[in-house]
Design a protein around this ligand. Structure first.
Ligand code: ZN
Ligand code: ZN
Length: 152
């Protein structure tokens, strides 16, 4: 099932002051449909639309749109960099320890930065990045039949 794209990639690029190119539009569209995707997964998606695209071209576009603030790069421990278009709301992520599935969670107390340390060590804080780790619903279900319950 294909999720409908609700973004206007060309307008996003123009607003960010970036030149509108086929590869940038393809990457933004792929990201809109696959939030929290890694560069390689996005390359596969983009290739379906632009068969002549190169891995390097996709990497370059990801750098450009991340620098321009259109995309955000997250790096949960042990995973390659993942990208998403949901930027600027300081939301957090829940990562499944079993399959690596990622879900968005809203900021813990509503506005950024939601975690204020008692001592900032002289830093000006702009963002708090929180990753929650757990087991997703799918993996929990999958694990159930393996649990042998011996009646007492
Ligand atoms: Zn899982
Ligand atoms: Zn997210």
């Amino acid at each position: 099932m294909q999720t409908a794209v609700t973004i206007d990639p060309a307008a996003m690029l123009r607003e960010a002051g970036l030149r509108v190119t086929d590869s940038r539009i393809a990457v933004l569209t792929a990201l809109a449909n696959n939030p929290h995707a890694g560069a390689d997964a996005l390359f596969v998606r983009v290739q379906q639309v632009l068969p002549n695209t190169s891995r390097q071209a996709v990497y370059n576009v990801l750098n450009d749109i991340t620098d321009a603030g259109l995309a955000r790069r997250i790096e949960p421990a042990g995973q390659p960099g993942l990208f998403e278009l949901r930027v600027g709301d300081n939301h957090h992520h829940i990562v499944c320890k079993t399959c690596g599935a990622i879900a968005d969670v809203d900021c813990v107390t509503g506005h950024a930065p939601c975690l204020t340390p008692n001592e900032t060590q002289g830093f000006d804080l702009s963002e708090a990045e929180v990753t929650f780790w757990g087991v997703c619903a799918n993996c929990k279900t999958a694990a159930l039949p393996n649990t042998s319950i011996v009646p007492a």
